[in-house]
Write a protein that binds this ligand. Structure first.
Ligand code: FAD
Length: 404
């Protein structure tokens, strides 16, 4: 239908890499692109290049199940994700780009008294942070999600925690929106440019080696999600990150049926419906370290079983696609936005299952750290040395499907 159109202009430039930049961001995913954008937008630093080994958005930013929420419990995470959700709420106006942010409400189901207590505490923490949380009883859930199986005896639904401002956004549009806006402010976006080495002299970063030649820089930020250990090793760093595959699934397009994001509390399954009509769902990690961007059958089987347990009606839908992404799993389930022992070298990683919702605040905080030398107040606890000292660990991996 579009073949008759002529004169399409690229949305961003395709510059040749320069020999030297003030700041290099390794990784053109959501976090790398937002970091570059906020360096330019908040701090006026435009002598920046994003180096991406594939194409922009080829990593997890274009592979996730798009949940955006601010229902974290622990100090440190709570204020950070609260800040991120507020940035999401103004993002389309900020970028001048439709990222299809849809605050359709997120419902975490609970199936026991113990789970109810945990969600009451979480809801109170969310309210104390200034975010929104509504405790639903069984009938409250039934009113909103009548298609679930309320008769099943094994894991009866006792209620749910509704987060009305939670929802979804179109993942790759977020990458494109940040990319276009960063490019418009003068950031160079360099695709097909893999970083193969990090040059360190006398404890200070000097630049990087790439598949398109060496590039010098004053500051270098490693923002490569599932490839963090490999890239950090180029600077001689050993980081506490394991890479694991996480898979997701989508059905054929259906008429609107699911108008929230829903997670099961007793198995690894969560679901929403995309604007194209596909039911988008997933579960947990495959649970062995891997760099494969596809998953294995045991977790696929587990997710399908959990889906059938919670909403047997899904058995009529056909799954058309599944895929995987490489998660940067940290020991406490919380991220790192910090400097490293190498002067001028910064690290952004440890997003585990849930870094999509963090994209705006993560870029905001890393740009602040690079530009000012001090951590942003919303991310002050995301320190790397907590794994060395044991102080300040934030064990918030979540429970089951809640943690995406
Ligand atoms: P990426 O997009 O992976 O960006 C990293 C980039 O670095 C890649 O493009 C890669 O090519 C590049 N790179 C790597 N090595 C090099 C190198 N040597 N040189 C140059 N470039 C390099 N999060 C949520 O909040 N909500 C969800 O519902 C959710 N669901 C998920 C479901 C699945 C199936 C998956 C896989 C993830 C999900 N996530 C979710 C997590 C989220 O997608 C990630 O935490 C987040 O996208 C990671 O940050 P990123 O976007 O910067 O990563």
């Amino acid at each position: 239908g579009l073949t008759g159109n002529r004169g399409w202009r690229p949305v961003w430039r395709e510059p040749e890499p320069k020999a030297r930049y003030k700041v290099l961001v390794i990784g053109g995913g959501g976090h790398g692109l937002s970091t570059a954008y906020y360096l330019a937008r908040n701090h006026g630093i435009t002598d920046v290049a994003v180096l991406e080994k594939g194409w922009l958005g080829s990593g997890n930013i274009g592979r996730n199940t798009t949940i955006v929420r601010a229902n974290y419990f622990l100090p440190g995470n709570s204020e950070f994700y609260s800040h991120s959700l507020k940035l999401w709420e103004g993002l389309e106006g900020e970028l001048g780009y439709n990222v299809m942010h849809s605050q359709r409400g997120l419902i975490n189901l609970f199936h026991s008294d113990g789970q109810r207590d945990a969600f009451v505490r979480r809801g109170n923490a969310m309210a104390a942070q200034g975010d929104d949380a509504v405790l639903l009883d069984r009938e409250g859930v039934r009113g909103l999600l009548p298609y679930l199986d309320f008769e099943q005896a094994r894991f009866p639904i006792h209620g749910g925690l509704l987060h009305p401002r939670g929802g979804t956004a179109r993942h790759d549009a977020v990458a494109w929106g940040y990319a276009r806006a960063a490019d418009a402010r003068g950031v160079d976006l360099i695709q097909n440019c893999g970083v193969t080495g990090i040059r360190v002299e006398n404890g200070r970063v000097r630049g990087v080696e790439t598949t398109r030649g060496p590039i010098e820089a004053e500051s270098v930020a490693i923002v490569v999600a599932g490839r963090t250990s490999q890239v950090a090793a180029m600077a001689g760093l050993r980081v506490p990150i394991e890479s694991h595959v996480l898979q997701a699934f989508v059905t054929e397009g259906l008429k609107p049926v699911i108008d929230h994001v829903v997670s099961f509390g007793m198995g690894h399954f969560y679901i929403s419906q995309s604007d194209k009509g596909g039911l988008v769902f997933g579960g947990d990690l495959d649970f062995h370290p891997s760099y494969a961007q596809r998953g294995n059958l045991p977790m696929a089987e587990h997710v399908m079983e959990a889906a059938m347990t919670l909403m047997p009606v899904i058995g009529r839908a056909k799954v058309v696609r599944s895929w995987g992404g490489i998660m940067d799993m940290s020991p406490d389930g919380s991220p790192v936005i910090d400097r490293t022992d190498v002067e001028g070298l910064f690290l952004n990683c440890g997003w585990n299952y849930g870094g999509f919702k963090a994209v705006p605040a993560s870029g905001w905080a890393l740009a602040h750290l690079i530009a000012t030398g001090a951590p942003h107040e919303s991310a002050a606890r995301f320190r790397l040395d907590r794994f060395r000292t044991g102080r300040g660990l934030m064990d918030e991996e979540g429970t089951g499907a809640q943690h995406h």
